[in-house]
Design a protein around this ligand. Structure first.
Ligand code: ASP
Length: 327
């Protein structure tokens, strides 16, 4: 199968064949990153623009480094220091970078749907610019979902990361699922690859609508829990999520302390999981709220640094696949 997507806006309609292409491509870039010379000429002469309208540490830096490792020219835009503050619209900003011969736009925005609008405008203009969603509101964060998938596959078989490794694995996603684009992207990817995904959060952060996610496809296994214990019992992987205070419009929790008591991941609770359970977090972390420092900093169980590291190979793979589309 060859890659056919000009834009990567979400994982909802990704096929297992597409996951496997991304995993394979990322595995070869991961090898490149082990060499003393970590650069390849795959996107030489091409322009990648990072359009970040919302704050970011990991994702923005990771896309920048990935593009540089592929030898692309990179422009970075940050809303706070841009003409957005003078009233310029998002589409005019995108068109400004288009006029500077951008080939690939990486877009993050606090509102769901912005990367989709920019992609539609590029298509309407008939320019062959690919748009990659780097996180839109609470909708999707596909590159995070893919780097999480790659990280899980590497634990299961580092020699050949592939989607079928997830069949029958139990993966718990714990925390502020309601506001999490990471949870949404992971639900799509992990269930598509055959994992059993268990969501755990207080009812205010895990509305019943989440059950609809997999309705159209009975093969996807998604379970919801308003208590932590059944979700993590015998789990192979536990993904914790940040409480996204910036997206919480009402008082959805009694207090952070109570949240930690009921849903915080600590060493004792992890006894319920498989003995070799691995813990993940997309970052940034509220230490001592969703996860204890003790667990997060334990390299025997925490994959947090590995996730950040793998983000570069995954983003290299995505930029490479989009940037080498034939037509
Ligand atoms: N960094 C992730 C995101 O941008 C997770 C988070 O912010 O909590 O969605």
């Amino acid at each position: 199968m060859t890659w056919t997507r000009r834009h990567i806006l979400g994982l909802a309609d990704f096929t297992t064949a597409e996951y496997d292409i991304v995993l394979q491509t990322a595995a070869s870039f991961s090898d490149v990153l082990l060499r003393p010379m970590k650069k390849v000429p795959a996107l030489q002469g091409r322009v990648v623009t990072n359009l970040f309208f919302e704050s970011s540490t990991r994702t923005r830096s990771s896309f920048e480094l990935a593009a540089k490792r592929l030898s692309a020219d990179v422009m970075n835009f940050a809303a706070a220091t841009s003409s957005i503050t003078k009233g310029e619209t998002i589409l005019d900003t995108a068109k400004t970078y288009l006029a500077m011969d951008t080939d690939l736009m990486v877009v993050r925005h606090q509102h769901s749907g912005v990367p989709q609008v920019i992609a539609a405008e590029m298509d309407r203009l008939g320019v062959q610019v690919g748009v990659l969603n780097a996180g839109d509101g609470q909708h999707e964060h596909p590159s995070q979902g893919l780097l999480d998938l790659f990280t899980i596959c590497e634990v299961l078989d580092a020699s050949k990361p592939r989607s079928e490794l997830l069949a029958g694995k139990k993966i718990a996603i714990v925390g502020d699922i309601l506001h999490s684009r990471v949870a949404r992207s992971n639900i799509w990817s992990l269930t598509a690859c055959g994992a059993e995904v268990h969501l755990a959060a207080p009812p205010t952060l895990l509305p019943r609508e989440f059950a609809d996610f997999c309705e159209a496809d009975p093969n996807r296994k998604l379970f919801m829990h308003w208590q932590l214990e059944p979700a993590i019992a015998a789990a192979d992987f536990v993904m914790t999520l940040r409480l996204q205070k910036e997206r919480m419009s009402q008082h959805l929790l009694p207090s952070l302390r109570e949240y930690h008591q009921a849903f915080g991941i600590n060493r004792d609770r992890l006894q319920l999981c498989k003995p070799d359970v691995k813990v993940m977090h997309p970052g940034p972390t509220n230490r001592g709220v969703e996860i204890t420092s003790d667990v997060m900093d334990d390299p025997a169980m925490s994959l947090v640094s590995k996730q950040v590291h793998n983000g570069i190979a995954i983003r290299m793979a995505l930029l490479y696949l989009m940037g080498n589309l034939k037509n």
